[in-house]
Structures are given as C-alpha cells and as structure tokens.
Design a protein around this ligand. Structure first.
Ligand SMILES: Cc1cc2nc3c(=O)[nH]c(=O)nc-3n(C[C@H](O)[C@H](O)[C@H](O)COP(=O)(O)O)c2cc1C
Length: 210
C-alpha cells in the first residue's frame, strides 16, 4: 500500500478485537519508530508506558469515559512528559551525543550552553507546554507508523490524566500523562471503519498565495 492509501485505511478505532494481539516484533518496530521521532534539540523529554495488564486497564477505563478501546485493545500506550527538564537532562544528552558520535564533550559546549539557556528561561507552565508539544510529535509519528504497519490505533485525550498518573504511579517517576494510543486490530463490529473520512479541502487547509 502507498502512504496515502495507508492513511486512508487508518481510522481512530473505536472497537478492537481483543483476541487479536500485536506481536512482540510489531511492538518492537513501533517502539523504534517512536524512538526515532524528532524532538526539539533531540532532548526527548518523555516516556511511553506500555500497559497490557487487563486489571490495570479495567481500572483506567473508569477514568477514560468508559471507552471500550482501553480494555479491548492489545496494548495501551501512555505518553507522559517529563515534569521538569533540567540541566542534568541536558548533561546526560550531551554525554550520549559524545559517546554515539565519538566526540569530546568539550566540542559540544556551545550546544550545551544553548540548551541550558533554553530550559533555564522557561516557567513551569512553559516547560509543560513545550514538553507536551514534543510528545505530540511522537504521537503523530506513532500514528503514521501504525498505519504503515497495518496496526489499528486510537489516539485518546478523553481521560483523566491525574487518575492515570495515580493508577500507574507515573508522577513518582517524574512524568505526567498527556495522551494515549490504544493499539491492536479492529473488530468487525466497529461500524466507524466504513465511514468516509471528513477533512477540510486542500484549498482551505493550504494557502499557496505567497
Ligand atoms: C489528540 C487526539 C485525541 C483524541 N481523543 C479521542 C478519544 O478520546 N476517543 C476517541 O474515540 N477518539 C479520539 N480521537 C480521534 C479523533 O476523533 C479522530 O482522529 C478524528 O475524528 C479524525 O478521524 P480519523 O482519525 O478516524 O480519521 C482523538 C484524536 C486525537 C488526534
């Protein structure tokens, strides 16, 4: 399938077939795609919690408008942002670049100072907004990746992030839940799969008069 066909094939799946699971290899490929998502400076200020346990998902469902995807999907991906991105995170990133690219850390001094300057000037609210933008980029990459892999997915904002943080003990790890993707395979009973896509026209969405 070509990219546009794959993007037509995908839809926000409402009902998954619970018996159809994502394989370990598929999950690995998807994790790799998310890992390769671009982020500002490359700092990747987020973590994805992968929830499979049925009992935990049953608890989470209560705080996600009882949406069936939470329990019927194969895996629930919980995208969470770092609560605070600090100079320590920058230092760790610099070490990583130096080791991967076999560079002396001193060669990265200007880059490090630029990142320090960027994160130092942010208020906690700006920091949260910025990290959230990074995680949504990863969400977009994940949704395109699932489409190309013929994995069904539903991005989800319809949930209570505070309850998710509590149930999954995410705050204690320094993160806060932002958005979810339920992944798996569509069920035949999901009537939304046959609905036409509703999108603005290209002429409305783009302005080429420049
Ligand atoms: C960030 C985000 C959050 C969403 N939250 C939900 C949700 O909680 N439940 C749901 O059923 N669909 C959710 N959707 C799906 C959208 O309604 C859907 O993507 C949109 O209507 C376009 O339809 P399509 O994805 O099937 O093409 C969400 C989509 C996005 C991108």
């Amino acid at each position: 399938m070509k990219l546009l066909e794959q993007l037509q094939w995908r839809y926000a799946t409402k009902r998954f077939a619970p018996e159809k699971k994502i394989s370990k290899e598929q999950l690995l490929e998807l994790k790799e795609a998310i890992r390769l998502a671009p982020t500002s400076f490359g700092l990747q200020p987020f973590k994805v919690f992968v929830v499979q346990d049925y009992d935990i998902r049953k608890k989470l469902q209560e705080y996600a408008w009882n949406q069936p995807q939470i329990v019927e999907c194969s895996h629930l991906l919980v995208f969470a942002c770092k609560e605070e991105c600090t100079r320590k995170d920058v230092d760790e990133y610099i070490q990583l670049i130096a080791s991967v690219r076999k560079l002396p850390v001193e060669a990265l001094n200007d880059f490090k100072e630029m990142m320090y300057g960027w994160i130092d000037k942010m208020t906690p609210e700006q920091m949260e907004e910025w990290t959230t933008r990074q995680v949504y980029l990863a969400l977009g990459v994940a949704l395109t990746a699932t489409a190309t892999m013929q994995i069904d997915a539903c991005p989800m904002e319809g949930f209570d992030p505070i309850a998710f943080d509590e149930i999954l003990d995410i705050r204690s790890k320094g993160y806060g839940t932002k958005v979810l993707i339920a992944i798996g395979h569509r069920s035949d009973i999901d009537h939304t799969q046959s609905m036409k896509k509703v999108r603005k026209g290209v002429d409305e969405l783009f302005d080429e008069n420049y």
